[in-house]
Write a protein that binds this ligand. Structure first.
Ligand code: GLN
Length: 477
């Protein structure tokens, strides 16, 4: 089996049958990833020593007849906004180019405890702000499916490595769509769990009330397995939920007969034809599996983008204040006074998109504008959440597109931030509501560009979301 073709199951089978050791697999994957990476720029750096140390532990456990963990030996990549102790964590920013994380994110600790092998850190938009991965200080990522196109963003590197086969799984982060949209663009599965399902401890904050860590995998089964490992209450994050984590994978029996699936009118009106056709075909598959399809309404959808870009920038302007040249970051050498030092450090360090958001966020939080913008946006957010709550009184899951269009060309939207923001139109409502949402591949356009189907469910009801996604994936193959 070539490195690129492995799944969690094939690795477990191979390890137990002693076809290869975890160390051999790690070496093979790192060599393969290093050779392939120049095509996409998806990995920013590799962590071979750490990978081999974890793999050695897995091999020792297997030799001793102990349980090596559900992710034993599985090569995993981690988005570079997630802290990894002793390894550089740059957040795609020049400011943090040399920042070495002093501790591990909880999600990282948990996946390594389960035997997962971290191969390296993946490229992303600076501080996870973007929809194309073109806002990285370390160069854009190319979509492995079509190298002249973007992989989506902001978790573009994590989606690309899974699509490219240079990791089996990856961790990303999603604030307004940054897992689902790149998963859709790269033709893989990506999951944004319920807000609070996965600890944010060790995730560099962008917009704290919207930030999530979540998994990428080739299949629903692989992504669900990774989520199960990283989910659950963590004392280090006060917003992480106490809700018990069910066994997602054993619930995947392929039977979704009788489930009620809602199609939001607002998501289908005016949907570009090729994407729309593929989504419609996916809905037909769900119908053939015995689901009852219903039209639903999410009436506040038209206000979601404006609402998100007020709340997310407000929170970002506050969160990014900590990058001041005193802690964490590099410091401007040329400044003489303290104020100058802040100004020059931040002026030189942040890219254009971060600066735009800091200005916008500071503005909407300032005296006199707070009520008009920030408070108003909070009220709209409550209405968007209520739309979902009412819809879930009638249906078990909601499906629709992830993005209005497939992967676009590199450079196509960089000069038009508003056009870029519009790519989030279908992902942002779920983010504002804090419900679980995912993208599962549902075919490709005539040009061979992947399209993703979005599935969402009630808070903490990831099990139903995975059942729908897995049954669809099995049936559509
Ligand atoms: N594209 C959205 C933004 O730029 C979402 C980013 C994200 O989810 N991190 O804010």
């Amino acid at each position: 089996m070539s490195a690129a073709a492995h799944t969690i199951d094939s690795i477990r089978t191979g390890l137990m049958a002693k076809k290869f050791t975890a160390q051999e697999l790690a070496i093979e994957y790192i060599a393969y990833a290093q050779a392939e990476n120049p095509k996409t720029n998806a990995y920013l750096r590799f962590s071979p020593e750490r990978a081999l140390a974890t793999a050695l532990e897995v091999d020792k456990k297997i030799a001793a007849g102990e349980d090596p963990g559900v992710l034993a030996g599985v090569p995993i990549a981690v988005k570079d906004v997630i802290l990894t102790r002793g390894l550089r964590t740059t957040c795609g920013s020049r400011l943090l180019a040399n920042y070495v994380a002093p501790y591990d994110a909880t999600a990282v600790i948990r996946l390594e405890q389960a035997g997962g092998v971290i191969l390296g850190k993946t490229n992303c938009d600076e501080f996870a702000m973007g929809s194309s991965n073109e806002n990285s200080a370390f160069g854009p990522v190319r979509n492995p499916v079509a190298l002249d196109r973007v992989p989506g963003g902001s978790s573009g590197g994590s989606a690309a490595v899974v699509a490219q086969g240079t990791a089996v799984l990856a961790l990303g982060s999603d604030t307004g769509g940054s897992i689902r949209q790149p998963a859709s663009f790269c033709g893989i599965t990506g999951v944004t769990p319920t807000y609070g399902r996965v600890s944010r401890y060790g995730l560099t904050a962008f917009a704290s009330s919207l930030d999530h860590i979540g998994p990428f995998g080739k299949s629903v089964r692989d992504a669900a397995t990774l989520l199960q490992v990283i989910a659950g209450r963590d004392e280090m994050d006060a917003t992480s939920a106490f809700a018990p984590v069910p066994d997602y994978v054993s619930a995947l029996d392929g039977n979704i007969r009788g489930l009620k699936i809602g199609l939001p009118r607002e998501f289908f009106d005016g949907l570009a034809s090729e994407t729309g056709d593929l989504i419609t075909r996916a809905v037909d598959v769900l119908k053939s599996l015995g689901c009852e399809i219903r039209d639903i309404k999410l009436p506040h959808t038209p206000y979601a983008i404006a609402c998100y870009y007020v709340i997310a920038t407000a929170e970002a302007s506050s969160n990014l204040a900590r990058f001041d040249g005193v802690r964490y970051t590099s410091r401007a050498a040329s400044a003489n006074t303290l104020t100058d030092m802040y100004r020059v450090t931040r002026g030189e360090g942040f890219g254009a998109e971060c600066k735009r958001r800091i200005m916008l966020g500071t503005y909407v939080l300032s005296a006199g504008y707070y009520d008009a913008y920030y408070l108003k946006a909070q009220k709209v957010r409550a209405l968007v959440a209520r739309d979902y709550a009412q819809a879930f009184e009638q249906v078990d899951a909601i499906v629709g597109p992830v993005s209005p269009f497939p992967a676009f060309k590199l450079g196509e939207k960089v000069d038009d931030p508003v056009a870029m923001y519009l790519s989030d139109i279908y992902t942002i409502t779920g983010s504002l509501a804090g419900i679980p949402c995912m993208s599962v591949p549902c075919g490709a356009t005539a040009d061979g560009l992947p399209v993703g189907l979005q599935i969402s469910t009630r808070h903490f009801n990831e099990t139903v979301m995975f059942r729908v996604a897995d049954a669809y994936q099995q049936a559509s193959n």
